[in-house]
Design a protein. Structure first.
Length: 414
């Protein structure tokens, strides 16, 4: 009976354990978690979502405070078009986060950064260009393009000396998205080094509509594999979304995937950035506690626990401090939804906004408990302690369980 460890992900001469821990913003997939994956011979992701805030918390910078102060006079203004990111600071924050992580890297694996196109930051092209190139400057091993089609992203890095040497991949949920990406980037003469195929059971934002239940990961992986074969493109395919056991992973590896990307099981690891009490919410969740809704202002459906504190919250939009989803014209769907409620309740008190959520602030404060569809099985991966809480696990324990387990077994902690 095969184990994940019988397979290897090959990048040229380099061989890796074919387990990738997916990016989880904001700082849910911490540097510590990514570094463990790399130490164990796999790939870990950090995320550059809200990188200023991540830098402030980790390295005592004051990027967010400075921005809030600079735009203070705009706080009660519903027009956010003037709120911009300083590109120099964005570069600095990215270089700090990525650079410090890479300095700490040990072992044979790799650390990648997850870069979401939907973080439009009120100046989509310029900010994305800075994010991508600063991560390359800081020595990142690879960049995973996510949450968007990224039709221009390779072009934004084409002049960077590391453009052809760093690993670059994209997350897609359909063969069409991949075709489009390949067509748009063909002129650069650089193929992606890997393609992550994310199915509808993943955590975070979904690359599907609210009809996500009609799709299934194995079918999409097979479609994309067939397309690559027809085009004679030898690009490693990585399956993601709902892969809960080592045996689930072996199933994909035997059917043409070069690796798997997993995340949900690591949300209850010690190294994961979620606060300890929130990890207990993930452990305790039942299947009925998980929902896919449309409260993310990005327009993508998002899976989360139904008791996420962000749902229904009517806080004032906090774009002067964050503003990562402003579209380039000062708009964000949360601002619109919030203003509708303000018009109905002009005193501004006890406002509840059900339609959308202030994703920046709430992700920053870990109030959106986004999760994969298999979260309700996390309780089966740990032990309930006498005080009624579940034991958090080490990332190494979970990683090794994926790597060596057979028969859909899950190794419990000692
Ligand atoms: C808590 C959480 C946060 C996530 N955040 C992001 C993110 O910021 N960007 C992204 O591309 N994917 C994100 N994802 C998706 C994962 O990187 C991964 O591809 C997917 O969840 C794998 O499926 P699994 O969770 O069932 O193992 C997130 C997933 C989880 C569970």
């Amino acid at each position: 009976m095969k184990r994940v460890d019988d397979f290897r992900l090959k990048f040229g001469q380099k061989e890796l354990v074919p387990i990738i821990i997916g990016g989880m913003g904001v700082d849910i997939s911490t540097a510590e978690l990514a570094l463990e994956a790399a130490r164990l011979g796999g790939i870990g992701h950090i995320s550059d979502a809200l990188v200023h805030d991540v830098s402030d918390r980790r390295f005592d910078t004051e990027f967010v405070k400075g921005k809030t102060k600079f735009y203070k006079s705009n706080i009660s203004n519903s027009d956010k078009s003037s709120v911009q990111f300083d590109l120099g600071e964005l570069a600095e924050a990215t270089r700090l986060h990525v650079g410090k992580t890479m300095e700490a890297k040990r072992g044979d694996g790799m650390v990648f950064v997850n870069v979401m196109e939907k973080l439009t930051m009120n100046s989509p092209r310029d900010t994305l260009q800075v994010r991508l190139n600063s991560a390359l400057d800081a020595g990142i091993d690879g960049i995973t393009l996510s949450a968007g089609l990224h039709l221009g992203s390779f072009g934004l890095m084409a002049e960077h000396p590391r453009f052809r040497d760093a690993k670059m991949g994209i997350i897609v949920s359909s063969v069409r998205a991949l075709q489009l990406f390949l067509r748009k980037t063909a002129r650069l003469g650089r193929l992606p080094d890997y393609v992550i195929v994310e199915g509808p059971l993943a955590g975070g934002h979904l690359g599907f509509g609210m009809d996500w239940e009609k799709y299934d990961l194995a079918t999409i992986v097979a479609e994309i594999a067939a397309f690559l074969k027809t085009e004679q493109l030898d690009i490693p395919l990585i399956a993601a979304g709902g892969i809960f056991t080592g045996s689930d992973a072996v199933g994909f590896l035997e059917n043409g995937a070069a690796a798997v990307q997993v995340a949900t099981r690591f949300t209850v690891s010690n190294e994961c950035g979620l606060p300890a009490k929130d990890k207990q919410e993930y452990f305790r969740a039942s299947e009925a506690d998980i929902t896919v809704n449309t409260i993310s202002p990005t327009g993508y459906p998002m899976r989360m626990l139904k008791n996420s504190p962000a749902i229904g919250s009517g806080i004032r939009p906090n774009c002067e401090s964050y503003g990562y989803l402003l579209d380039g014209n000062g708009n964000c769907a949360y601002i619109t939804a919030y203003n509708e409620q303000i018009a109905l309740h002009p005193d501004g008190k006890n406002i509840s906004v059900m339609d959308k959520t202030c994703l920046c602030t709430h992700m920053r404060n870990y109030n959106v408990w986004t999760c994969g569809s298999s979260t309700y099985r996390l309780k089966d991966t740990s032990r309930l302690q006498p005080d009624g809480t579940y034991l958090a696990l080490s990332a190494e324990h979970i990683f090794r369980d994926y790597q060596f387990s057979v028969d859909h077994q899950v190794m419990l902690p000692a």
